[in-house]
Design a protein around this ligand. Structure first.
Ligand SMILES: Nc1ncnc2c1ncn2[C@@H]1O[C@H](COP(=O)(O)OP(=O)(O)OP(=O)(O)O)[C@@H](O)[C@H]1O
Ligand SMILES: [Mg+2]
Length: 306
């Protein structure tokens, strides 16, 4: 598997404090990678270390498969990193971004118009200080887009956005991911904020990357469902289809019936099977939410789950 960004056993100390412990993160091309961890978990430290802004670490950083110092410097030019950039309050979005364009040594004078258009801000002429949080966020993303990076790292971009702002932000990231083929790494301390956006998740706790999972795997672990095992699978399916027109189910490798949703019908299912003389070996409902899953992970004290 080719990883665009990878660390191998990355460990970072601040004095005696260990901010990252043996972190091996894997980000593939085309992903929207959600890095989830509470305050102080090590998210910003991981980004800064990857981007060469926090020297002196142990372990290895690989960007585009390369790991020598000069190759890492080159690779970092292709990564847009947004971490609380400070904008001039009395300048417009365009004037602010012109400043950053020149700072970054980008000579194409059309570049600022290009990135403003991508975030749908090209028509706004007001000063930065009058922008809503969502608009400020879009200027930050436009800033990260300068120079056409193929990876963008956003550190806690959702902080302070209202639900509408979160939804707009999600759509923007998904659009840029799809149309501009940009890989994203986005951090948050609230899993729910990234739940609908990220295609893969890494969970970090006390400097330890506990688990990396793709969205489908999390869905399978957290989706509401009822799992049934009986002595006569065909008969059970027949009974259920007769009784519930809308039922959706699959049969797993253990010949168990996995019914989507319907966790409030467990008692009815039991009665239906037993009254039709089926032997019931297993009947469980799973109602774990994605947030429960995350809390459960970190309640184990940050033990790696791999
Ligand atoms: N420059 C620094 N000097 C000393 N300790 C630091 C420094 N930067 C971070 N730390 C410590 O390292 C740990 C990880 O901090 P980091 O900022 O990476 O966490 P975070 O996950 O980004 O948290 P937040 O959600 O608050 O942004 C924390 O315990 C923090 O206090
Ligand atoms: Mg941080």
């Amino acid at each position: 598997m080719n990883h665009l960004i990878e660390t191998v056993g990355l460990t970072k100390h601040y004095g005696k404090h260990v901010a990252l412990k043996d972190v091996s993160i894997h980000v593939r091309q085309g992903e929207i990678y959600g890095l989830i961890g509470k305050n102080g978990a090590g998210k910003s430290t991981l980004f800064k270390t990857m981007m060469g802004l926090a020297p002196s670490y142990n372990g290895e950083i690989k960007l585009y498969g390369k790991s020598s110092v000069s190759e890492l410097d080159d690779a970092r030019q292709r990564i847009g990193f947004m971490m609380g950039a400070h904008f001039f309050p009395y300048l417009t979005a365009k004037e602010n971004l012109e400043y950053f364009r020149k700072m970054k040594g980008i000579t194409d004078t059309k570049e600022v118009d290009r990135v403003l258009k991508l975030v749908d801000m090209e028509k706004i002429k007001k000063p930065f200080k009058s922008f809503s949080m969502g608009m400020k966020q879009r200027v930050s993303i436009a800033n990260a887009l300068l120079g056409s990076p193929d990876v963008i790292i956003l550190d806690e971009p959702i902080n302070g956005l209202d639900p509408q702002g979160i939804a707009d932000f999600r759509r923007l990231v998904q659009k840029l991911n799809k149309e501009q083929k940009i890989t994203f790494i986005v951090s948050s301390h609230i899993l729910g904020e990234l739940e609908l956006m990220a295609t893969r998740f890494g969970f970090i706790h006390d400097g330890v990357l506990i688990e990396e999972l793709d969205r489908e795997t999390i869905r399978n672990k957290t989706e509401e469902k009822v799992v049934v095992k009986v002595d006569d699978l065909k008969k059970a399916i027949y009974l259920l289809e007769q009784a519930y027109e809308q039922i959706e189910y699959t049969v797993n490798g253990d010949q168990e019936l996995v019914i989507s949703g319907m966790t409030n019908k467990v008692d009815e299912f039991a009665q239906l099977f037993v009254s039709n003389e089926l032997k019931l070996f297993k009947l469980i409902s799973q109602e774990i939410s994605i947030q429960d899953y995350y809390l459960n992970l970190i309640s184990k004290g940050g033990q790696k789950n791999v």
